[in-house]
Design a protein around this ligand. Structure first.
Ligand code: ADP
Ligand code: MG
Length: 362
């Protein structure tokens, strides 16, 4: 059964949000796992997750809690997926890359450069006993087409499956990386290619999913073993609702395709976690099909639900949080029959506080 960690991250208010509603916020942190949330016209709700990161959370904390265990598992030959979910502007790319992929302020570095550092630290420590190869590929999924971000001429990659490789993208460019600096150069080339393609297709990055894959192959120099782990990081397209963006025509098609693939992702994770393993609907979208062997089987998944703390974005944030709770419920049967993250209304903040948390954590 798939093992999943779900965390929520609230970024700081943006300058624009500071002006809207006088900078009103819709979230009140209780502790590092739970918070109260007030959406417009809704009751105040209490939520509990594996971890909640508030506006002053360090990038290093997010990495340590969310990503490090997944990287460790990859090194042990267990596939892993790290996904950022949320409306456009909620902090997905900031969490994934940092302010930029080549950010020089070490504190602000995002998950990707930290994953790279962590992988190469491990390689260095074990180089006397293990030969390790890291290959990176980077693709973008837009309107159900998969584009190679290391070679823009490959703009419609096909997903295939075989016994030795599992799920793979036929013909995708895989770059063998020898050190962290090379990895970062490679990733920033992919990121700037993404921008080139966006201009060509008249699209913004918020409308496509970006998938970073690290294939880590290890071979013992002393004993007779070898193992391969695949680590996939996904910066998802914005989850905002169609109505809000007032989309029509092509934008509407885009929004529908995005909604379909995000629901497919939720459905797959849900099917995995509720143990309905007879039919897992991986084939419902390119995204879930690509992630098939990094989500299902012997794997570990970490989901970061990125939210604005502003009351002006409360309904989108609530829908992101609910995606997280739906995903998380998967795990519930393993621990308790119901609701580690189910929303619980409360009237009497003080007196209800302990009881609610106790219930949510069961
Ligand atoms: P998304 O990728 O979800 O559309 P971004 O990651 O691009 O959103 O974030 C939108 C803006 O908010 C960017 O200017 C980014 O620098 C800023 N931002 C997001 N998260 C944080 C954070 N945790 N701390 C500081 N600034 C942030
Ligand atoms: Mg983004």
């Amino acid at each position: 059964m798939s093992n999943i960690t779900v965390c929520v991250r609230f970024r700081p208010l943006s300058p624009k949000e500071k002006e809207a509603d006088g900078g009103a916020i819709c979230v009140q942190g209780l502790d590092s796992e739970s918070f109260f949330f007030k959406a417009e016209k809704e009751e105040e709700l209490a939520f509990c997750f594996d971890k909640v990161f508030y506006q002053d959370a360090e990038q290093a904390d997010v990495f340590r809690y969310l990503a490090m265990p997944v990287v460790q598992d990859t090194l042990n030959g267990i596939n892993g997926t790290i996904v950022t979910y949320g409306q456009t502007g909620a902090g997905k790319t900031y969490s994934m890359e940092g302010p930029s992929i080549s950010e020089s302020d070490g504190q602000k570095k995002g998950l990707l450069p930290r994953v790279v550092d962590n992988l190469f630290e491990h390689i260095k420590c074990s180089e006397e006993t293990t030969k390790c190869t890291v290959k990176i590929s980077m693709v973008e999924i837009y309107m159900e087409k998969v584009r190679d971000l290391f070679d823009l001429s490959k703009d419609n990659l096909q997903i295939k499956e075989n016994r030795t490789q599992g799920i793979f993208l036929s013909g995708v460019t895989e770059v063998t990386i020898l050190d962290p600096e090379e990895a970062l150069r490679c990733l920033s080339r992919g990121i700037s290619n993404r921008a080139v393609g966006e201009t060509q297709m008249n699209m913004t990055s918020s409308r496509s999913h970006c998938v970073y894959t690290f294939l880590v192959q290890q071979e013992s120099l002393k004993d007779d073993w070898s193992r391969t782990g695949k680590l996939v990081l996904v910066d998802l397209a914005g989850s905002e609702k169609v109505e809000k963006s007032g989309a029509e025509g092509r934008n509407l098609d885009e929004a529908k395709t995005i909604n379909k693939s995000l629901s497919a992702l939720g459905n797959v994770i849900n099917a995995l976690t509720t143990g309905k393993v007879n039919h897992i609907p991986y084939r419902d979208s390119k995204l879930t099909r690509i992630l098939q062997d990094a989500l299902g089987g012997n794997s570990r998944t970490a989901l970061l639900c990125c939210c604005s703390p502003s009351s002006s974005n409360a309904s989108e944030s609530l829908s992101t949080i609910r995606f997280g709770t739906r995903t998380k419920r998967i795990k519930a049967p393993l621990r308790a029959p119901a609701l580690p993250t189910q929303a619980t209304p409360f009237q009497h903040r003080r007196s209800a506080y302990d009881g609610i948390l106790e219930k949510l954590r069961k």
